[in-house]
Design a protein around this ligand. Structure first.
Ligand SMILES: [Zn+2]
Ligand SMILES: [Zn+2]
Ligand SMILES: [Zn+2]
Ligand SMILES: [Zn+2]
Length: 682
């Protein structure tokens, strides 16, 4: 560290001590946990990125209004982190004071949050009973029994959520996020809420689902509600689709898909090109005054700027719900879409720092001034970004980032309910889950193979490092790692897999080969930019781990655009159905009489035999990322006298159905091999 920066720190520390001495009066204020002392290197790195926002402070407001400082933290004030935190707080304080002059209601947003949560809790419907978790134990959350029109018994945790859902609708929040883990019956919880709440004639509930899930919703609505209770309409197929908003408004529940929502919005906003020229069609969905909108699998709108999200944001409704099993897939930023959809005040709003202008949309693209207030776009800021997102992005779990995480947690308490299967295993009647990690050593041959692959990979990686081109060679690095993972399963996966090269969607006569794993693509998707084909799962992994803003195609290195929600790509096949395509199994490529098993396969067999020793009919499911590996496992199991079936992304929906039926009904078939790339939604 240079002398210059050290004296800078000292100067800051003096400021800090001075500031703290003025705040000793606030000892009753809640105390943030003492920050851990970071290593000097980390602090030095962080220092470079801290905001430069020092300036005069308006009289009458001290920093303690926002972030109380405990005098006991004096012990650590000389750490760089405290300096950093202090500076950032001061930056925020200055900014806040300017903002409070024009938006006084923002001053108490965070302090009011707990009061808002308490107010919501007080709105639990009268019919809700407070049932103790166990007889003598403390009372659990309030629970509400489903109305008799629900032809199904709710599980205890679902009765809790029914009370929560109704309270949430009655509060000023008018909705929220139901984020129970997958498989806990979010659909049935929503249906019970529909039945338990009043109807609003002329203002139906709109439920938007992925295309594959819509019929599931319809069947659950039909099966579990008393006949005649809800008038349900499926707004989907082009033929016979209701084109008049007033006709749609006559139903109680309207089911539709994200694809239809998006198309309906796009054609009404941007128009569609016809022979007669550009045509603007009136939107049906946007012209109904909904009582309630429910987004199933709400992570479909995690990209706030895509037109599906815009369409969802634009819907007119009193109540708004998001359902998702994965509220946070990768980044905190993705939560914004859900907050924005809810129109959560003030978190989803943009505020002008110069005047009282407040709006939900960032609508300054290409403009030099705000259409509402005339101030510059840069005078406007989003409360969510500045209070939650930016501090977390910039500082992670430390200092201002930690404060933001804590605030985010409270915000989620206000609007989100999430339970996991593990927490509610007793309610669900599930056996406990036991995770065992088994470690085996390579045999000599595998070790040699792996080591030479490892050395080769290391050398190639080092050349990228030396040339400073690691990021632009990201796809190659990804491939090196994939190969090493495959080698740990069975060397054949690498040795016998050199031949096929990645295909594009134009090579329709060929088998589709994924440009990432170089196996036949499972649940294939096509890059819009270059028509290269990939397994959906591999592309998902590739994108989520690449960490760059503008990813490149792993095959051709052109800038990559790919729609992760596109349907599975099926090449048109002029010579017959898709089932007639040749499927070259890895088994065809190996010389059978020189077959060698692998340590991993033999370890699996050992485990399976051990299970069968206790119970011959016991069933097992084996997952793998690589369908070629499952081919090898299948071959070995059959050789070892274990009957199995295999489910992978190369199969048609009917084939999949048959395989699942066979496994669940035939007692002879005891092992189910499942490729992790099979799209679970199908
Ligand atoms: Zn303004
Ligand atoms: Zn404005
Ligand atoms: Zn792949
Ligand atoms: Zn490409």
């Amino acid at each position: 560290m240079s002398d210059g920066s050290e004296s800078d720190v000292e100067e800051e520390t003096e400021d800090l001590l001075e500031d703290d001495s003025t705040t000793t009066a606030s000892t009753t204020a809640p105390t943030p946990p003492t920050p851990a002392t970071p290593s000097p290197t980390a602090a030095t790195l962080n220092r470079r990125r801290q905001p430069r926002g020092r300036g005069g402070r308006a009289a009458g407001v001290s920093s303690t209004d926002l972030h109380p400082v405990d005098p006991n933290t004096n012990e650590v004030v000389d750490t760089h982190l405290s300096v950093l935190e202090k500076r950032y707080r001061r930056f925020l304080d200055n900014r806040h004071e300017r903002i409070y002059l024009v938006h006084p209601e923002l001053r108490t947003v965070w302090t009011d949050l707990d009061a808002r949560i308490a107010k919501r809790a007080a709105l639990v419907p009268e019919a809700a009973v407070v049932a103790p978790a166990d007889k003598d134990g403390p009372a659990g959350p309030p629970r509400m029994a489903a109305p008799p029109t629900l032809l199904l018994r709710l599980l205890p945790f679902q009765e809790e959520s029914l009370a929560w859902l109704l309270a949430q609708e009655a509060s000023d929040l008018k909705g929220g996020i139901l984020a129970d883990e997958m498989g806990m019956g979010k659909t049935i919880q929503i249906i019970s809420m529909l039945l338990a709440s009043d109807k609003h004639p002329g203002h139906p509930t709109l439920i938007i689902t992925p295309t594959v899930a819509m019929l599931q919703w319809l069947s659950e609505l039909t099966k579990h509600t008393a006949p005649g209770t809800l008038a349900v309409h499926v707004h989907h197929k082009k033929t016979g689709r209701v084109t008049d908003a007033a006709d749609l408004a006559r139903f109680d529940v309207v089911l539709t898909t994200y694809a239809l929502l998006e198309g309906d919005f796009r054609r009404s906003t941007y128009g569609s090109v016809r022979k007669a020229g550009k045509v603007i069609e009136p939107s049906v969905l946007q012209n109904v005054e909904w009582h309630r909108v429910v987004l199933d699998e709400a992570h479909c709108i995690k990209d706030r700027s895509c037109s599906t999200s815009r369409a969802a944001f634009a819907l007119k409704s009193t109540v708004r719900w998001s359902l998702t099993g994965t509220p946070l897939q990768n980044r905190v930023g993705e939560l914004y879409s859900l907050i924005r959809f809810m129109r959560l005040d003030p978190f989803s709003y943009y505020f002008c720092t110069q005047c009282s202008c407040k709006s939900l949309n960032w609508s300054f693209a290409g403009q030099r001034s705000c259409t509402d207030c005339g101030h510059r776009p840069m005078d406007h800021f989003c409360w969510w970004n500045s209070e939650v997102l930016k501090p977390i992005q910039r500082y992670g779990g430390f200092g201002p980032g930690r404060v933001a995480f804590e605030q985010l947690g409270r915000l989620m308490n206000l609007c989100m309910l999430r339970r996991t299967k593990l927490e509610r295993a007793a309610d669900l009647g599930l056996p406990p889950r036991i995770v065992v990690t088994r470690r085996d050593m390579f045999n000599e041959e595998e070790e040699d193979f792996y080591q030479s692959l490892y050395k080769e990979s290391k050398t190639r990686f080092q050349t990228y490092v030396d040339a400073g081109t690691v990021l632009s060679n990201y796809a190659h690095v990804f491939e090196l790692l994939t190969k090493m993972r495959q080698a740990a399963n069975h060397p054949y996966l690498v040795k016998l897999n050199m031949a096929p090269s990645a295909t594009t969607a134009a090579d329709s006569m060929q088998v589709l080969v994924c440009g990432i794993c170089h196996e036949e693509a499972e649940d294939a998707i096509v890059a819009a930019s270059c028509r290269h084909v990939f397994c959906r799962e591999d592309m998902h992994l590739y994108l989520s781990s690449s960490g760059v803003d503008k990813p490149q195609c792993p095959v051709c290195f052109r800038p990559l655009t790919v729609d992760m929600n596109q349907p599975t790509f099926e090449p048109p096949n002029p010579t017959g159905g898709t089932a007639a395509r040749k499927k070259p199994s890895i088994i065809n490529r190996m010389v059978l009489d020189r077959w060698r098993s692998s340590t991993k396969i033999e370890a699996l067999l050992e485990e399976l035999y051990r299970l069968r020793a206790d119970d011959k009919s016991i069933k097992s499911i084996v997952f793998s990322q690589y369908v070629n590996f499952l081919d090898l496992v299948e071959w070995r199991l059959l050789k070892g006298g274990i009957r199995c079936v295999k489910l992978d992304g190369r199969m048609s929906p009917e084939q999949r159905d048959n395989v699942i039926k066979a496994f669940s009904t035939n007692p002879q078939i005891t092992v189910f091999l499942v490729s992790l790339k099979v799209n679970p939604a199908e």
